[in-house]
Design a binder for this molecule. Structure first.
Ligand SMILES: Cc1cc2nc3c(=O)[nH]c(=O)nc-3n(C[C@H](O)[C@H](O)[C@H](O)COP(=O)(O)O)c2cc1C
Ligand code: SF4
Ligand code: SF4
Ligand code: SF4
Ligand code: FES
Length: 596
């Protein structure tokens, strides 16, 4: 009997657009059909990465990829694709650059240049079924560890793999584990940092939602290596599906003997508790996170004593990001050497980026370290939306830097990103086109970090406030001589004097935009002009008489009745009434609205 699997993404993104109902519709309808000669399994899986096309589904073994599938498409899918092996054209993905419809998942440019390691099984397994994970080789690494490796062997393998932390600074993971292992304390802890506070990032959430056992297996191996009997996963409370799937994974892992007392007869005991974070960005910082788990105020502390010496409850603690833990089973299964063959000499393995902004294809992208930014934006991202020009790419989350278009061939590894003034961070990536104002962008990020500052130290609390104030003034046309020098001075003070990396790195967006887009700052300050036409106080809207056809679309879209005119005659715009909402500019089909 032939077998088919309909794998439906039920990650948070697809669920929000009806994947859950689609899944139950398909299940119900298939249960009622008797005349099918194929064995069909409908599988509820985690995120496939191409969320903007959601709900997405893949029919295996042919890997037919359908996108934007609605619950009411269930009948057609069964009749055509299941019973008659036909392709449903309307549900296929259309390449925005070639206009061609693509049938198979692997032929879609978004997936072609990716190397999906951590996310490789997200489309195959039901995250709530441990047997699915086991069927993909899950928990083999753990067995290998218990059968053949002592603690030093595991640490050596992770050190040899050159795995670096995927949550921020890229600290060598094996070295961190070794530090905790070497302490003489008996009680030790491990923590999985799933706080994921960077706006627009959702790779950690999607990994926990879609493949929780992968993260858990990495944690158990890490706990064994350092000698910890208790672990925590710190997940933000806005991630209910991740919490749910991880709790379920813990329950099943306990039943199967992968966590709990005397795991697989090894003599090693370990268990994991879930702690929900309140959503403060600063609580993702290692020492603030530890304080938060202890029930204290989520404030960072100075790092002269490291967590690996005195962390949670004053005991040696290893804290790693979700993707760091998830990389571990691959390293153990396939060896450090195999892992170092992926990526570059000093940045090994893969990295997952949340690709967002003005690109054609947005979503979660997993690539080997060292791939060029160009390839990521143009091959995987499909280039810039609406034939506009690329202006810059912001990497590393709110404390990252903006990389200008002329440096787009930069390889994405830890060193190169830092050299250029940005950073890897947790994998945030925002693509900006020519209509973006770089002063406005740095104001946005500074605003975010300033609002999220815990206020414990002066350089961050006051420095952040000062920077936001100066940027506000510049974008309002009140910038003055000396502002740029002041920005640099305040930034330097924050970089040198702030207690934690929130304050130390917060100036990155303003420093990089000043370095690469200084002319835009000068325009705002001296010409009182926003070249991108974004800063409201520095622009005005008017109608180009020769271009206006009197179609009246702008009249209907204007919320304050600032436009008047008779049909088929050039219209006029009342500057006094205009609130600069930009709505007329968006709707005018003849480019007759001028922004100056
Ligand atoms: C303000 C701030 C927020 C952070 N948020 C996160 C986060 O959400 N997730 C994360 O893994 N690391 C975050 N980090 C980095 C952590 O402090 C820590 O370096 C990391 O979790 C260590 O794990 P890794 O070695 O696997 O990267 C943050 C750091 C700062 C300063
Ligand atoms: S740098 Fe900012 S977030 Fe960090 S401790 Fe100081 S005030 Fe708090
Ligand atoms: S939408 Fe454009 S063309 Fe139409 S009336 Fe307004 S300005 Fe003129
Ligand atoms: S920018 Fe907004 S408020 Fe001004 S004229 Fe156009 S639609 Fe009206
Ligand atoms: S949530 Fe469905 S593809 Fe990401």
């Amino acid at each position: 009997m032939k077998k088919k699997v309909i794998s439906i993404c039920c990650g948070t993104g697809c669920n929000a657009s009806g994947a859950g109902t689609l899944f139950s519709n398909l299940k119900k309808k298939l249960n009622n059909i008797k005349d099918i000669e194929t064995e069909i399994t409908v599988k509820n899986t985690g995120c496939h990465g191409f969320c903007e096309q959601g709900p997405v589904m893949v029919i295996k073994p042919d890997n037919i990829f359908y996108r934007q599938v609605r619950p009411e498409d269930a009948d057609t899918i069964i009749e055509k694709s299941i019973k008659r092996n036909e392709i449903i054209e309307e549900l296929l993905y259309e390449d925005p650059t070639t206009g061609k419809k693509i049938v198979k998942e692997e032929d879609i440019p978004f997936y072609q240049s990716q190397q999906r390691l951590l996310f490789g099984y997200n489309g195959d397994i039901n995250p709530r079924d441990i047997n699915d994970y086991i069927a993909t080789g899950g928990y083999e690494a753990l067995k290998k560890v218990f059968e053949n490796m002592n603690q030093e062997d595991v640490i050596k393998e992770v050190k040899d793999s050159k795995l670096r932390g995927r949550g921020g600074g890229g600290f060598p993971t094996g070295k961190k584990w070794e530090a905790a292992f070497l302490t003489e304390e008996q009680d030790k802890y491990i923590i999985c940092n799933a706080d994921e506070g960077d706006p627009g990032c959702f790779q950690d959430r999607s990994l926990i939602e879609g493949n929780p056992h992968l993260v858990l297996e990495g944690m158990i191996i890490g706990a064994y290596a350092v000698g910890a009997s208790k672990g925590y996963i710190y997940v933000r409370h806005e991630y209910p599906l991740a919490v749910n799937n991880f709790s379920h994974a813990l329950k099943q892992a306990r039943e199967y003997g992968y966590i709990g007392e005397n795991i697989l007869g090894s003599g090693f005991s370990f268990d994991v508790k879930i702690t929900r974070g309140g959503g403060a960005f600063v609580c993702g910082e290692s020492s603030a996170l530890v304080a938060s788990i202890e029930g204290k105020l989520g404030e960072p502390r100075d790092k002269y004593v490291r967590n690996t010496e005195q962390g949670l409850w004053g005991k040696p603690t290893v804290l790693n990001n979700v993707k760091t833990w998830a990389s571990v089973p691959f390293i153990i299964n396939q060896g450090a050497k195999w892992f170092t063959n992926i990526g570059t000499k000093d940045s090994t393995g893969t990295m997952v980026f949340s690709l967002t902004g003005k690109v054609n294809n947005t979503g979660l992208v997993e690539v080997p370290m060292g791939i060029s930014l160009q390839s990521l934006v143009f091959d995987i991202g499909g280039g810039i939306k609406g034939d506009k020009k690329l202006k810059a790419v912001q990497t590393g989350g709110p404390s990252g830097g903006c990389i200008p278009e002329n440096k787009i061939d930069i390889p994405l590894d830890y060193e190169k990103l830092t050299e250029i003034g940005s950073m890897m961070g947790s994998g945030g990536m925002i693509v900006m086109d020519e209509s973006t104002c770089m002063v406005d962008v740095s104001k946005y990020f500074l605003n975010f970090t300033q609002e999220e500052s815990c206020g414990k130290c002066i350089p961050c609390r006051e420095g952040g406030r000062q920077l936001v104030e100066i940027l506000n003034k510049i974008t309002q046309g009140e910038g003055k001589e000396g502002d740029l020098v002041l920005i640099k001075e305040v930034s330097k003070t924050m970089q040198r004097g702030a207690l934690c990396n929130l304050g130390r790195l917060a100036p990155n967006p303003v420093i990089t935009t000043l370095k690469y887009f200084k002319n835009e700052y000068l325009s705002h300050i001296y010409d009182k002009h926003c070249p991108a036409g974004v800063c409201k106080d520095l622009i005005s809207y008017s109608i180009i008489e020769e271009e206006c056809r009197g179609c009246q679309k702008c009249i209907k879209s204007c919320p304050v009745d600032a436009i008047s005119g008779v049909k088929k005659e050039p219209h006029s715009l009342d500057q006094e009434k205009c609130t600069k909402c930009g709505s007329c500019y968006e709707v005018c089909p003849f480019d007759a609205i001028l922004v100056k």
